[in-house]
Design a protein around this ligand. Structure first.
Ligand code: COA
Length: 172
């Protein structure tokens, strides 16, 4: 397995992984499917911000998953904190691909001086919660019934990872 930065040719598979999660999971709280043009714009925005979009690729060169992060909240004071997402193709789960993507993503966040990564996970998504616990994320909160999908209220569990031991941000 190889983890690398996404390129335009990866986006058809990234789009189908995203849409599968929209249709079949509570991992994304969206109901609308996206097209490749939508993901192309998303990739360009992430690149403009200097943020990574990583893909995992198997021996045959097929994309098996992706991970990325963006700003957690759009206020200046949150600029050292990012919120990420990670998705593995439905037929490829349980092979440590999600873990490999996350390990690479964490290093990229450290590399650009981010201090905290936030994971906002649907509380019933035990696989994702276990993955984040394994990576050292701590539970920091839960918000009951803040979302809905498939006719049910959804609870949101927050976990976070502090990426470095800086006592102060170092920039004013
Ligand atoms: C959650 C997801 C990214 C995990 O990726 P994955 O490649 O399937 O998981 P990995 O094989 O890397 O698992 C790594 C660790 O995570 C935990 N884990 C992953 N899936 C799990 C599951 N279904 N049940 C319990 N633990 C699980 C385990 O601790 C595992 O370590 P182990 O192999 O030593 O037991 C993937 O299942 C996925 O894309 N799910 C749908 C979308 C989603 O929920 N994304 C996250 C949104 S917050």
């Amino acid at each position: 397995m190889n983890i690398r930065d996404a390129v335009l040719d990866d986006l058809p598979v990234v789009t189908s992984i995203y849409n599968d999660a929209v249709q079949h999971t509570t991992a994304i709280w969206n109901d609308r499917l996206v097209d490749v043009a939508n993901r192309t714009q998303w990739l360009a925005e992430r690149q403009k911000q200097g943020y990574p979009v990583l893909v995992s690729v198997d021996e045959a060169g097929e994309v098996t998953g992706y991970a990325s992060f963006g700003d957690w909240r759009a206020f200046d004071g949150y600029r050292h904190t990012v919120e990420h997402s990670v998705y593995v193709h439905a037929g490829q789960r349980g092979k440590r691909i999600g873990e490999a993507l996350m390990l690479a993503l964490i290093e990229r966040a450290r590399g650009i001086g981010k201090h905290v990564m936030v994971a906002a996970i649907e509380s019933g998504n035990k696989g994702s919660i276990r993955l984040h616990e394994k990576l050292g994320f701590s539970h920091v909160g839960q918000m009951p019934q803040v979302g809905m999908k498939f006719g049910e209220w959804l609870d949101l569990t927050f976990l976070q990872l502090i990426l470095d031991d800086r006592a102060k941000p170092g920039d004013a």
